[in-house]
Design a protein around this ligand. Structure first.
Ligand code: MMA
Ligand code: CA
Length: 208
């Protein structure tokens, strides 16, 4: 009897290990799916359980991806719907509205954001890939006087990470800055602050 059970025992063991492999694979696949899946939260203003902070409640919908680690205690990094994600930031390109620098700045503020601040060529390249070559966009750089360039988010103006067009800045009376395309490529130009231009807003990603 005992020696007859031997092959059956082996069969059970084989079936069991097949099942474990299947279960482990399914678990791994689900983990990967959850980790990589893009989730869209519908958090509306009147959602009593909305976990968005006050300054983000003006966004009716946000899109989140898993950040993979719980090191900071936050599981998702999110950008408002229709904003672009790059590194730790979200970017919004105003396509319709043309306004003065001050008005453009105010529009970003009302969305819990600020005008675009550029700190690297990589960041500039990312954003310019989604900009229109025929359009000039205000960025968050301004000169309060005497060519003292200041970023709106108070980060230091680092001369070695500036991308002025050749020959720019060229006019002390042009105290605001646009990014636009010229035959040599994308770059910055000082312009009059009260002239109307499109703009790009930027904000830190929202962590949930
Ligand atoms: C030229 C050039 C710029 C200046 C703008 C103002 C088209 O570019 O002189 O430096 O800012 O004119 O419109
Ligand atoms: Ca200029």
């Amino acid at each position: 009897m005992a020696h007859e059970r031997q092959p059956q025992g082996k069969g059970v063991c084989w079936t069991l290990s097949l099942w474990s492999v299947a279960v482990v694979s399914i678990l791994l696949l689900s983990a990967c799916f959850i980790a990589s899946c893009v989730l869209t939260y519908q958090l509306t203003m009147d959602n009593p359980n909305g976990r968005l902070s006050e300054r983000h409640t003006n966004h009716s919908s946000i899109s989140c991806v898993s950040v993979g680690t719980m090191v900071s205690g936050k599981a998702w990094s999110c950008c408002p719907k229709d904003w672009k994600s790059f590194g730790p930031n979200c970017y919004f390109i105003s396509t319709t509205s043309v306004a003065s620098w001050k008005k453009s700045k105010g529009k970003c503020s009302s969305m819990g954001a600020h005008l675009l601040v550029i700190h690297s060529k990589e960041e500039q390249d990312f954003i310019t890939r989604i900009l229109d070559k025929q359009t000039a966009y205000f960025i968050g750089l301004r000169d309060p006087g005497h060519r003292q360039w200041r970023w709106v988010d108070k980060t230091p103006y680092n001369k070695s990470a500036t991308f002025w067009h050749k020959g720019e800045p060229n006019n002390e009376n042009e105290q605001c800055v646009v990014i636009n395309h010229r035959p040599a490529g994308w770059g910055w130009n000082d312009v009059f602050c009260n002239h109307g231009h499109s703009s790009v807003c930027q904000m830190n990603k929202i962590y949930l």
